[in-house]
Design a protein around this ligand. Sequence first.
Ligand code: ZN
Length: 400
Amino acid sequence: MSEPRPFPYPYRAALAICSDLDETPDRHVYEQIARYLNTTADTAMGRGLGLEVGNTIYFDMPPDQFAYWNTDDAGRELVRALIRSGHIDCFHSFGDLATTRAHAARALDELDRHGCRIEVWIDHARAATNLGADIMCGQGDVPGADAYHSDLTVAFGVGYVWRGRVTSVVGQDVRRRLAGIARRPHLGASVRTLAKEAAKGFLARTGSVKYAMHRDNAVLHDVRLRDGSPVREFLRCNPHWAAVDEGETAEGLAEVVVDPMLDTLVRRGGACVLYTHLGKIEDRSRPFGAATCAALARLAERQQRGELLVTTTRRLLGQRRAAREAQVRLAPADGGLQQVAVAYSGPTADLDGFTVYVADPDRAALAVNGVAAPRVVRNPPDHTGRASIGLPWPRLGYPA
Ligand SMILES: [Zn+2]
């Protein structure tokens, strides 16, 4: 019997701030936010938090919004550097003004030419290139439609898609529980939010396709796009008391990332892809106010305490995929050693931090797809009292 640990040691839960870039005014704000979140350099908001937080990108937008084709050469250089480092990890459609396959092809060719890869797709507003049929009204995966691009986009490397599904349930990949949504200081509104989430669960159990993801509360679901392409759809979470589409701004984050929510997430041992828009700000000179900075500092503190792993959307989705799909076998080996054999067909990076409980980590060895792991970490007993062996969880390097 073998049991993988759900998250890298010592973490008990994991969270990705999954921010759509809507209304980000310019590259200065985009860059300030990335630097504050991901480095410990001095910024307009104070010393950076040293977290690991990605961002989204789109291409064809009205001129007042930051987007790849709108910004200047320095902005495009910045975007490409952050894609290469893993800090821009999601498309956010191709933008409001991208209406044809040619718009999509132009963006993909540009990234390809620069050796940039993005593997996650997130639908945006009512963009024609969206992939979601019901909630997001997209045409991007309908063969023959003007905006059809999903064959190109999937061939480019996109394997994860978000098509509008958001839950209020704190923590996915654990049993669905509605406790924690209704909150005493906001009883009226939060009970309405609870009722809506309960309705989604009821509809899911009675066969609704729209809310099927809410039923088993998993982050990932195997689906096919309308052109038949197999992809993994993911569920995002916004546990704001008022509604799944409230508090999804920089300021609103302060009402979402609060200690009761984080306590619940850690206690349940869940994963959370947090739905927000960090570019919706009040003050360009200081994008995040004091309350938002305090909320983000709570995340940094939880990570420091070894409770909560904070990472990018792409890395969290890969971690979740490996937790679901990797096969683990424990076998006795020479000299009384215990051999942990991991078999996984996805990208190697998905196994970053992959950890397996063993009787004695000092007498265990770990191999991936038949090859001895060059570096392993041996962990003392965690909060469950069990020791483990695993692969290291390297941090992303922020571009200089
Ligand atoms: Zn959007």
